[in-house]
Write a protein that binds this ligand. Structure first.
Ligand SMILES: CC(C)(COP(=O)(O)OP(=O)(O)OC[C@H]1O[C@@H](n2cnc3c(N)ncnc32)[C@H](O)[C@@H]1OP(=O)(O)O)[C@@H](O)C(=O)NCCC(=O)NCCS
Length: 144
């Protein structure tokens, strides 16, 4: 797998993946995104120097993205990873995460990566555990 920075040519495929019900089911905002909102967000992200956003390609085919957003602290980032549903379960997320971390280390001051995952997102829970992330916080919820 090869990684490169996201560019304008990735705009629509990223929206297509994001709006697949199998994907947004586990998003923190579990609804489809409108094209106009996506375009605004994408334009900002491309310009944002605190956003390290990579596309993973296998044999030249786009298979998923990994994004690191730097917040207040320049040495901490929040990760977000997404693999095209047709390519799930083949180890691509693990490889993309490993390679993304190598690039991020080269290109930024980041030393700590944070991730927020829904407990019911089994694939993601397994992925972060396998990628040696440590759990630090559990949020509880109860419907009354
Ligand atoms: C989470 C996601 C990135 C995993 O991608 P993937 O390429 O299928 O993951 P991998 O093949 O690298 O597998 C990673 C681990 O998850 C497990 N896994 C993958 N799909 C699974 C599934 N449907 N159910 C249970 N475990 C699953 C794998 O077995 C592997 O663990 P193991 O090596 O211990 O067996 C992908 O499902 C996705 O894009 N989901 C939508 C976006 C999302 O939820 N992102 C995470 C929040 S930041």
């Amino acid at each position: 797998m090869e990684l490169r920075r996201i560019n304008e040519s990735d705009k629509l495929i990223i929206l297509e993946w994001r709006n697949d019900p199998r994907v947004y089911k586990y998003a923190l905002n579990p609804h489809p995104v409108r094209l106009e909102d996506h375009e605004n967000w994408f334009a900002k992200v491309l310009k944002n120097e605190k956003c390290f956003f990579y596309m993973g390609l296998v044999d030249g085919k786009k298979i998923g993205t990994v994004r690191y957003d730097i917040g207040e602290l320049e040495n901490e980032a929040e990760v977000s990873i997404s693999i095209a549903p047709d390519f799930w379960g083949q180890g691509y997320a693990f490889e993309l995460m490993e390679k993304g971390e190598v690039l991020l280390k080269k290109e930024s001051m980041v030393k700590v990566i944070n991730a927020t995952v829904l407990n019911e997102n089994t694939a993601s829970m397994k992925l972060f555990t396998k990628s040696l992330f440590q759990p630090v916080l559990t949020k509880f919820k109860k419907e009354i």
